[in-house]
Design a protein around this ligand. Structure first.
Ligand code: GLY
Length: 561
């Protein structure tokens, strides 16, 4: 009898262990989680040398520009959310800007129809890059190390090369047909009559030269002189709009974060020109009105409730979100508990058709390929960065002689208000093209603080329009469903963005029963696809452990010490 119970006990234990994801990576002092193991190691080495989380974040960013050119970049832009141990919370906006000569209808054809090739391919698709300005500003204001110290590892990786992984080799080979269209890209990212293989070195001499100029001259090494001349000359020769003046005049911005609370935790996230922080807060404020039982995860009731909330959130996003320097975003109202509650009261037993949902208006009196990395240091600083070239490898154009890929971020504008971009996202006047304006983003680099105001969760993800729902579901998985960070990231996700009217889902994320129940409530089941690739950290103060997790959907790595 005793033996029988013992066997049952061990069966139970082995089942509960095997049903869970592998444990997250554990560390005591600091952690960097990024899409590239080499870049995570670069960041951790900086922490070990005494650098703070911002030093490590900047070093990781430049390393990613070498080892993860799918999205790591100096030719693109992004957002950094910072929490400092003294309680300071801030964000740095280094989003690309439209060139001075950009104009509202630049991506329409002769018949007035949106031509998506113009906004995603060729030189017209690029916004003025912001990454170098943003990173160097962060380093100067919040870091402790010199440019040389944090950029040297990236320079070494570019000039001496690094061994490419199996997945990276596959990515390069997959895009070969597009790379060969541009001589400058072909010579770096393809091989004559051969494919890349795992373990061989990728050397990027021209990129090394550009990085040296930035180390020597700071921002001027990129925005003025040789590199700026190469960008503007090639842009002009190929019908692009970026001029030397656009580069010289580029400015990053330091902005107040979007703040909110969710079940007693404080959320610190990115505000406009990202829609991420506002949409995340609007959704969480609404979901706070529901109680999710532990075993409701993945049920049709749970997916229905969250999807209904998301429809209103994405409808508001399409109407009200854009670059705040150009358009009065009704921020306070969108992230208010009242708006959250109002949405919650609209969630009924059945789905409301998307065409019956339109954005609400504030009360009159109130005014796909991207990459994320998360960093914490032992001092109590935390940094959450999402950066992008927009599409995978941006517009696939390397600046000849400068060795880096350019973004195709102009596609994130609403080229024709009411017409969807490459992520199927709709936008309105708030996000129309104007000179020097920043295009709307969905990037959601986020730091969740605990009730003692200390960093608890640091998280973000790539994934275009699905970034917001990815970050939201990871936060729900941790806070509502008590998962560790690896489990919270691994679990299959779903996505609803109001239009198109469908719930997309991941492999094994929805049983046939769940689908049937959702359909009976009036939902449409969309595509099975991968949704986001998150990189996250949780800090457990009770046991003094930093837990890190890289998304198994990608091939990144959490590295701690
Ligand atoms: N390019 C994707 C985003 O900014 O949301």
């Amino acid at each position: 009898m005793f033996f029988k119970y013992l066997v049952l006990f061990f069966l139970f234990i082995s089942f509960s262990i095997s049903a869970k994801s592998k444990a997250p990576v554990r560390a005591k002092k600091g952690m960097v989680v990024s899409a590239s193991e080499i870049a995570s190691n670069v960041g951790v080495d900086i922490l070990k040398k005494g650098g703070n989380a911002v030093d490590a974040a900047v070093a990781t960013a430049f390393a990613l520009a070498v080892t993860y050119p799918q999205a790591g970049n100096i030719g693109g832009g992004g957002f950094m959310v910072i929490h400092l141990k003294d309680g300071t919370n801030t964000t740095i906006d280094f989003r690309e800007k439209a060139p001075q000569s950009a104009f509202r209808d630049m991506f329409l054809d002769e018949d007035g129809n949106f031509d998506i090739r113009k906004s995603t391919e060729g030189w017209t698709s690029s916004g003025v890059p912001g990454s170098v300005a943003g990173m160097l500003f962060a380093l100067k204001k919040y870091g402790t190390m010199s440019r040389k110290e944090v950029m040297q590892p990236a320079l070494k990786l570019a000039s001496g090369g690094f061994p490419i992984t199996y997945r990276f080799a596959k990515a390069l080979n997959y895009y070969k047909a597009e790379f060969v269209k541009h001589e400058s890209t072909k010579k770096i990212f393809t091989k004559e009559n051969k494919l890349f293989y795992e373990g061989e070195l990728l050397i990027q001499k021209d990129l090394a030269k550009t990085l040296s100029l930035i180390i020597k001259n700071g921002s001027d090494g990129f925005y003025k002189g040789e590199v700026a001349n190469l960008i503007s000359k090639q842009s002009k020769e190929n019908g692009g709009l970026i001029s030397v003046e656009d580069l010289a005049n580029y400015s990053h911005a330091e902005r107040t974060p979007i703040f909110g609370t969710y079940r007693g935790n404080k959320i610190v996230s990115m505000g406009p020109p990202s829609s991420g922080g506002i949409a995340l807060m609007e959704a969480l404020n609404s979901l706070e009105n529901f109680k999710f039982e532990q075993n409701s995860w993945g049920s049709s009731e749970y997916i229905h409730t969250v999807s209904e909330v998301l429809k209103y959130v994405y409808a508001d996003r399409a109407e009200h979100l854009g670059d705040e320097d150009f358009y009065p975003v009704p921020k306070k109202w969108l992230i208010s508990k009242e708006r959250g509650k109002e949405i919650a009261t609209l969630v009924g037993k059945n789905a409301v058709p998307s065409n019956k949902i339109s954005h609400a208006n504030p009360p009159k009196k109130e005014s796909e390929e991207t990459t994320h990395y998360s960093v914490v240091d032992y001092k109590g600083n935390a940094v959450s960065v999402t950066t992008t070239l927009n599409s995978t490898f941006g517009n696939k154009i390397v600046v000849e002689g400068a060795g880096f890929l350019l973004n195709n971020e102009m596609d994130d504008f609403s080229a024709k208000p009411g017409t969807a971009n490459q992520f199927g996202l709709l936008g309105g006047e708030a996000n129309s093209i104007e000179p020097n304006k920043r295009m709307l983003s969905a990037m959601t680099p986020t730091i969740v603080l605990n009730s003692n105001n200390k960093p608890y969760i640091v998280v973000g993800a790539p994934g275009g329009s699905t970034i917001i729902t990815t970050v939201m579901q990871i936060i729900l998985n941790v806070i509502d469903f008590d998962m560790d960070i690896q489990e919270a990231i691994n679990r299959p996700r779903f996505h609803h963005q109001w239009k198109p009217e469908q719930i997309d889902y991941e492999h094994l994320g929805m049983t046939d029963d769940v689908k049937k129940n959702l359909i009976s409530k009036g939902h449409f089941i969309g595509r099975e696809r991968t949704l986001g690739r998150a990189e996250g950290i949780i800090i457990d103060y009770k046991n003094n452990i930093i837990w890190g997790a890289s998304d198994p959907r990608g091939y990144g790595k959490a590295v701690g010490y």
